[in-house]
Design a protein around this ligand. Structure first.
Ligand SMILES: *[C@@H]1O[C@H](CO)[C@@H](O)[C@H](O)[C@H]1NC(C)=O
Ligand SMILES: *[C@@H]1O[C@H](CO)[C@@H](O)[C@H](O)[C@H]1NC(C)=O
Length: 313
């Protein structure tokens, strides 16, 4: 594995609100930590909202390719509902907090013993607004948490020792563009998305969640599906400009369809694999055309770790 410089250290930078006054820039956590002193806040539960970057298995097995081979091949060795070959950022954030990765809410009835660590409401493909898939938008995901509070699964006291983590990886923009949205309209739409993210964060905070963090957008122009024309050598600068040195071929996904009609996990009518996989997913940043590998998430986490406590505690 070739690891040297941090890659995509901006993939996720955290915006945190930890103060009733509203949404703060990234130094809010630092100020809170100062305020709280050395025995600052330590969340004991993690509530997760968002999309495929944080989903740890909210789809049913037949609904999503995250449950198909070769997803999960690195860990645990078979598909387990994550959009990667192994762990995703949720798992790393949970590890950082010292809690088990929270159960997907879809499986909560089978995971009573895990409820104490919080819950994951994230659905791949979703956005703050409705997107191209029937999954729950973020507002609805948050309402599901409210429902669990109404049902006394969690108490308001629980929320005070909780952290919320949100991922908004860009499905809203894909939906906007696929519905014929124009480039000119994009800045206004972007503001709408950001305002809605802020609303969602405030909503959670008003419910009593002590800390609310959101990941920033990843560089869309560096996603494998945007770099296919350069054989994954260059980011599409018109979509954005961001690069990295950490992996040898950081833009090249590990698992790809054999041709344009196919994707990672595709099989033909006879069940024959219509995808190829790199020999070592640990050496790849991207797993498929949109999602990092476990090694990729681990690199993001490594880059974040040094400052995470400033954002979270
Ligand atoms: C989220 O989904 C619900 C239920 O489908 C819908 O009523 C609501 O308008 C959506 N909210 C947003 C912000 O798109
Ligand atoms: C970059 O993205 C834009 C917008 O999607 C597209 O029109 C353009 O063809 C892309 N350029 C390359 C080199 O892929």
């Amino acid at each position: 594995m070739k690891l040297s410089k941090p890659l995509f250290f901006s993939v996720i930078f955290l915006l945190t609100i930890g103060n009733p006054a509203g949404v703060h820039a990234s130094d809010a956590g630092y100020n809170d930590r100062k305020k709280n002193g050395i025995n600052g806040f330590r969340p004991t539960k993690l509530f997760v909202f968002g999309d495929s970057y944080s989903d740890t298995g909210n789809y049913r097995k037949l609904e999503s390719f995250s449950w198909k081979q070769p997803y999960g091949i690195t860990l645990p060795g078979k598909p387990f509902g994550r959009f990667s070959d192994g762990r995703v950022i949720t798992d790393y954030i949970a590890e950082f907090l010292g809690v088990k990765s929270p159960t997907p809410f879809r499986w909560m009835n089978h995971a009573q013993h895990r409820l104490q660590y919080g819950m994951n409401f994230a659905f791949g493909g979703t956005g703050v607004f409705d997107t191209f898939i029937p999954g729950l938008n973020m507002t609805t995901q948050i309402e599901y948490l409210q429902k669990l509070i109404d049902d006394s699964v969690y108490t308001n006291t629980d929320l005070q020792s909780s952290m919320a983590f949100l991922t908004v990886c860009g499905n809203d923009y894909m939906a906007y563009l696929s519905l014929g949205g124009t480039k000119e309209g994009l800045p206004a739409y972007t503001r709408k998305v950001i305002n809605q993210v802020a609303e969602d964060m405030k909503h959670l905070h008003n419910m009593g969640v002590k800390k609310v963090s959101v990941s920033s957008m990843q560089p869309l122009g560096c996603l494998p599906r945007a770099t296919v024309h350069s054989s994954h050598r260059q980011c599409n600068e018109s979509l954005n400009a961001e690069g990295s040195r950490r992996f040898e071929t950081p833009l090249k996904p590990c698992c790809v369809g054999v041709s344009k009609e196919y994707d990672c996990s595709s099989v033909d009518k006879k069940g024959v694999k219509m995808y190829t996989m790199c020999s070592d997913p640990n050496a790849a940043f991207f797993w498929d055309s949109a999602h990092p590998t476990q090694a990729g998430w681990s690199a993001v986490y490594d880059a974040l770790k040094a400052t995470l406590h400033e954002h979270l505690f």
